[in-house]
Design a protein around this ligand. Structure first.
Ligand code: AMP
Ligand code: MG
Length: 321
């Protein structure tokens, strides 16, 4: 295993992206901005590079990684692509949607990327820095969130350095991530079922309705979560700020850091106008602030359970677990 690294944080201009590509080519680790959160990228076709991601994050090796690709054609090289995948990708790529598909036999991916599963999670990200990087390197990039495993996800370069400084080679600083919560994960099963493995910025039900004119909840054959940890983003405790978190709080105790929403003010407010997209973008920022505060506890205002509010509440429940 590699010893302590010198982590350089550089503004993500063309020179820095070329430098990052060279580091990745050699099997190194680079934190990269995406439109969701910062990812910790390594080449997905190298067992050593992928092992280095798990080591740097302290990530359990049963938790597979998302493989980032240039486009749908690139995705075909690694998966058993289907008409459904094509439709879904056409509507959402590039963007914050991860599609889980059967792994293609002989796909040039390190085994550890899929944690031995016979499926692969693929995403084509929209962020220009990640896109430029993918175009430069040619190989696919495995990239989980750029934080120590189980901790709050990073939406700025500073958040990345806070837990990964000395463990990775480079942080490409592209400013704050815009959507702020991780991609929606949608599994497309061979028998045609759609399964949302993780709520996120893309509303799977609305997408299904858009494509087929009928919502997922209207369908009888939709699978529900199998109970096995297939997408450990579903693990009960995740995104943890290291102190107790109380949800649905409309009042606050003196020793609590209050994350407010709408007109429930707070020490940090997710969105004063009650806008859920803004709240999602600010969620991890507020959780980082709460974690750093002197107050020993955190209370969070109620967040409506609709649209991206489902993703916010999902992350908050795990932060509180
Ligand atoms: P993150 O660490 O935030 O990038 O989260 C990656 C998520 O993708 C985790 O919840 C993984 O379990 C999930 N994931 C990756 N590959 C697969 C797969 N083949 N099947 C299901 N979920 C996957
Ligand atoms: Mg993560």
């Amino acid at each position: 295993m590699s010893g302590k690294k010198v982590t350089q944080t550089v503004w993500a201009d063309a020179t820095a992206i070329a430098q990052a590509a060279a580091i990745l080519d050699q099997g190194g680790l680079v934190a990269v901005p995406t439109e969701t959160v910062y990812g910790l990228a390594a080449r997905a076709d190298s067992a050593e590079a992928v092992a280095a991601i798990y080591a740097a994050k302290g990530r359990p090796d049963f938790n597979p990684l998302i493989v980032h690709v240039r486009d749908a054609d690139h995705a075909r090289q690694f998966s058993q692509w289907s008409d459904a995948a094509d439709l879904v990708a056409r509507h959402n790529w590039p963007g914050p949607l991860t599609i889980v598909l059967p792994l293609r036999e002989g796909a040039p991916l390190a085994r550890a990327v899929t944690a031995g599963l016979d499926t692969v999670a693929l995403r084509c990200p929209a962020h220009p820095v990640m896109q430029q990087l993918l175009a430069t390197v040619g190989f696919p990039l495995a990239a989980p969130s750029a934080n120590v495993s189980g901790y709050i996800s990073p939406t700025t370069a500073g958040h990345v350095s806070a837990t990964l400084d000395g463990r990775i080679d480079m942080v490409l600083d592209g400013g704050p991530a815009r959507s702020g919560v991780e991609s929606t994960i949608l599994a497309l099963r061979t028998h045609g079922a759609w399964e949302e493995l993780r709520p996120g910025p893309i509303d799977v039900d609305a997408l299904h309705r858009h494509i087929y004119g009928v919502g997922l909840s209207d369908r009888a054959d939709t699978e529900t979560s199998s109970g096995t940890i297939e997408a450990p983003g579903q693990m009960a405790s995740h995104y943890a700020p290291g102190k107790p978190v109380r949800l649905g709080a409309t009042e606050v105790a003196p020793d609590e850091f209050y994350i407010g929403f709408h007109d429930l003010g707070g020490d940090c407010n997710l969105s004063r106008s009650g806008e859920l997209g803004t709240a999602a973008a600010r969620l991890y920022d507020c959780l980082h602030e709460a974690a750093a505060s002197e107050k020993p506890r955190i209370a969070v205002a109620p967040i409506p359970e609709n649209g991206i509010g489902r993703a916010i509440n999902d992350r908050l429940r795990r932060a509180a677990a």
